[in-house]
Ligand binder design. Structure first.
Ligand SMILES: C[S@@+](CC[C@H](N)C(=O)[O-])C[C@H]1O[C@@H](n2cnc3c(N)ncnc32)[C@H](O)[C@@H]1O
Length: 392
């Protein structure tokens, strides 16, 4: 239950259930006296709790010295007066200064701890935020675009729309949409600094201006409510262990009447001939491998319900099959090669799989590649697209 709320250029609210005081917005008072109400709420909150008191500053974008000194004074005083209480300040890497600034308080009193919540905030992060993922995303988007360029208008994307691509990866989709649909505004957000650096470089090399690349956390975006006609999030709900947190944020930044568009896989349904059974075995194992890292590569058909639960209406869902017969068999084979490298390499090693498993696992990928390049072969990768309208 939210016990108390103050609204100015910043917000302060206390959630009794989580023993959490959340500060957000821009806190830049001219005089300490302007902080009085906030400090009183902090003191009341801390007096009412036991154990750990959380201060959430994940969305506190600015904090001047006047405000910091007022907060620091109150927190150090509370830590002195309540030796039974631990104070945990939860920061985000998205706000560059906050971990360092609040970290100075830990040095003064060890019962005040600072935790950067998104340094290890979803289990697959180490695989997905490294540069090694670039070739996977490149080839995937090249292949899915052949389908999505005609699917997108059915899900509400129109020329001139304002659009955000959340969890944009290396930004290829944003570039393709910019060329094809000429949105009036396009924001592309991701939590991988290396992917965003790559995205910016590609956009500048191809002389595509106007895409706003933003480093951020899709589950706690600093973007304001109701700004975009079209909000996309592709192949990302399936790799986050709390997809509903991201969906809620997608809905929040979407304009009433606008649409949220998501794509996801059901990886166990990848197929190919010849050597179908070997291919099928490997993709079933791939699904289990991701599940062991709390990722759900079977999410595609579940996306209908996820959008429904988030309160969207007019939900549309369809699937398409990327195949070696779409016109570029080599690109299909390249994509599977990139998967094999990443999944049978790094991920299996991290899970501790033995050599016999890895060899059999690799064989299915190699059979899938062979099916893609075989003159009579057929190889497929199914993708689910779902979108819903935000109520007016
Ligand atoms: C499988 S990739 C898909 C990228 C891109 N949408 C595409 O289809 O090529 C998932 C992306 O989600 C990003 N991601 C995961 N969790 C995120 C979060 N909480 N906030 C922002 N980005 C996140 C990862 O960094 C990665 O770039």
């Amino acid at each position: 239950m939210i016990a108390d709320t103050l609204v100015q250029t910043y917000k302060v609210s206390f959630d009794e259930n989580n023993q959490e005081l959340a500060l957000s917005g821009s806190m830049r008072p001219e005089h300490g006296a302007e902080m009085e109400a906030c400090i009183q709420l902090l003191e009341r909150s801390i007096a009412s709790i036991r154990g750990t008191f959380y201060i959430n500053v994940k969305r506190l974008v600015r904090l001047n010295n006047v405000a910091f000194h007022a907060l620091a004074g109150a927190l150090l005083k509370a830590a002195d007066e309540r030796p039974d209480v631990r104070i945990s300040i939860v920061t985000s890497s998205v706000i560059g200064w906050s971990t360092k600034k609040f970290g100075t308080l830990s040095a003064k009193n060890p019962r005040i701890a600072v935790e950067e919540y998104d340094s290890e905030f979803y289990p697959g992060q180490s695989f997905l935020e490294e540069g090694g993922f670039v070739p996977v995303l490149r080839t995937q988007t090249k292949l899915t675009w052949k389908h999505e360029r005609s699917i997108l208008p059915r899900h509400g994307l129109t020329p001139g729309a304002t659009m955000a691509d959340i969890c944009c990866g290396i930004g290829d989709f944003a570039v393709l949409v910019a060329k094809e649909f000429a949105p009036s505004r396009i924001v592309a957000l991701d939590h991988s600094k290396s992917s965003l650096a790559y995205a910016r470089q590609v956009a500048s090399e191809f002389d595509i201006g106007g895409i706003e690349y933003i480093y951020g956390d899709a589950a706690e975006m600093l973007l304001e409510d109701g700004q975009f006609d079209f909000v996309s999030c592709r192949h990302a709900l399936q790799i986050f262990n709390k997809p509903e947190m991201i969906v809620d944020e997608l809905v929040r930044i979407c304009k009433p009447g606008g649409r949220v568009y998501v794509t996801n896989e059901k990886i166990s349904q990848c197929l190919g001939e010849p050597r179908g059974p070997s291919i099928q075995w490997t993709y079933e194992q791939l699904s289990k491998l991701f599940a062991d890292f709390d990722m759900d590569l079977e999410f595609g058909p579940k996306s209908y319900q996820a959008l429904q639960k988030a309160g969207l209406e007019d939900i549309r869902i369809e699937s398409f099959m990327v195949t070696n017969r779409d016109g570029d068999a080599q690109a299909f084979a390249d994509m599977v090669m990139a998967w094999e490298e990443m999944f049978a390499g790094g991920m299996c090693e991290k899970r501790g799989d033995d050599a016999a498993f890895v060899e059999k696992f690799r064989r299915g990928f190699e059979d899938h590649i062979a099916a893609a390049l075989h003159p009579g072969g057929y190889a497929g990768w199914p993708v689910w697209v779902a979108s819903g309208r935000k109520p007016q």
